[in-house]
Design a protein around this ligand. Structure first.
Ligand SMILES: CC(C)(COP(=O)(O)OP(=O)(O)OC[C@H]1O[C@@H](n2cnc3c(N)ncnc32)[C@H](O)[C@@H]1OP(=O)(O)O)[C@@H](O)C(=O)NCCC(=O)NCCS
Length: 112
């Protein structure tokens, strides 16, 4: 486990899933949503399904805790450059809300 993951766990405010290729931080927002704070895949490991794998693990966590929605805020300025928006669409997210600086994407887990 990295020092970053140690820090996140010690603070106790966020969950973190960390793999050799990247990590994702998230938290439960009552009553039934999981909110992704950050998602990162090392550049050398991108475009090989690793981001999708991390999102799948968040989805498994959400279902385990009875959550029915995953939300993620994507900053518009970096979205095109990083491919984040495309990755979210591929993973089944839809636009939930256009906020001032970011687009909030939503994935509904109902029926799974
Ligand atoms: C966004 C990010 C997590 C995607 O990780 P990844 O491991 O490359 O994602 P995947 O390989 O699972 O991609 C799934 C699909 O998303 C789309 N996609 C991902 N990156 C893309 C890019 N740069 N341009 C266009 N489409 C992209 C593709 O359709 C891809 O499928 P394909 O490779 O079969 O065409 C990674 O690029 C990253 O860490 N970026 C910097 C940090 C960041 O922006 N985090 C998000 C903040 S919330």
């Amino acid at each position: 486990m990295s020092m970053w993951a140690d820090y996140i766990r010690e603070m106790g405010l966020l969950e973190i899933i960390e793999e050799e290729y990247g990590w994702v931080t998230f938290h439960i927002q009552e009553p039934s949503s999981v909110v992704i704070n950050d998602l990162y895949v090392r550049p050398a490991n991108r475009r090989s399904g690793k981001g999708t794998l991390l999102l799948q693990q968040v989805e498994d966590f959400a279902l385990k805790f009875g959550c029915t929605t995953i939300l993620v805020g994507i900053h518009r300025e970096s979205a095109t450059k990083s491919g984040t928006y495309a990755a979210a669409l591929v993973s089944g997210f839809v636009v939930h809300e256009e906020a001032k600086l970011c687009t909030i994407m939503r994935k509904d887990l109902g029926g799974k």
